[in-house]
Write a protein that binds this ligand. Structure first.
Ligand code: PRP
Ligand code: HPA
Length: 182
């Protein structure tokens, strides 16, 4: 069914689990005794957030923000909209933003500047995927799972028109899918 719409798989579920384990160990060491606030940027980061946080062997807290800049299809509106803010104050806290992807960089630049403005003690970014060729603003993640080419990706939280987030791997859709309703 869904699998028939996929042109190629770029990152398998096993590779994502192994990378989450590796990043979890790095964050366990980096944040031992710091009680960071880990922020999932919804909706896309949910599957990765779940994989990653269960592999961090240290005290953490969790909160959630909903922001959106992609309005259907494969192109960014360029405007980042806050749809749901945090419940927790970030003042004086060590923050780890968890994202599924950094592409143009606009979403993470907006979020990082917002959290610094709110007086977070530190703000680090962990992303499952980095597409450096897509960047239009100057921002980098501190921890990157996979650096991938500039193709439109789906799966493991990444959507095309809100579909395909539930694929357990990251891939590219067949070209004809972009011309038809999903
Ligand atoms: O680097 P950028 O070009 O800003 O793109 C990255 C952002 O785009 C996607 O979110 P989207 O706005 O599509 O919302 P979603 O998480 O609900 O899919 C993704 O989850 C990142 O938050
Ligand atoms: O390649 C992508 N796929 C899905 N969502 C995205 N948001 C930014 N880039 C992408």
């Amino acid at each position: 069914m869904l699998e028939q719409t996929i042109e190629k798989v770029l990152v398998t579920e096993a590779e994502i689990c192994a990378k989450s384990e590796e990043l979890g160990q790095i964050l366990t060491t980096a944040y031992a005794d710091k009680n960071p606030l880990m922020i999932a940027i919804l909706k896309g980061s949910i599957p990765f957030f779940a994989e990653l946080t269960k592999r961090i062997d240290a005290h953490i807290e969790m909160d959630f923000m909903v922001v959106s800049s992609y309005h259907g299809g494969t192109s960014s509106s360029g405007e980042v909209k806050m749809i749901k803010d945090l419940d927790t104050s970030v003042e004086g806290r060590d923050i780890v933003i968890v994202e599924d992807i950094i592409d143009t960089g606009r979403t993470l630049l907006y979020l990082k500047e917002l959290l610094i403005h709110r007086k977070a003690k530190s703000v680090k970014i962990v992303t499952l995927v980095d597409k450096p060729e897509g960047r239009v603003v100057d921002i980098e993640a501190d921890y990157v799972g996979f650096t991938l080419p500039n193709e439109f990706l789906v799966g493991f939280g990444l959507d095309y028109d809100e579909h395909y987030r539930n694929l357990p791997y990251i891939g590219v859709l067949k070209a004809e899918i972009y011309q038809t309703e999903v």
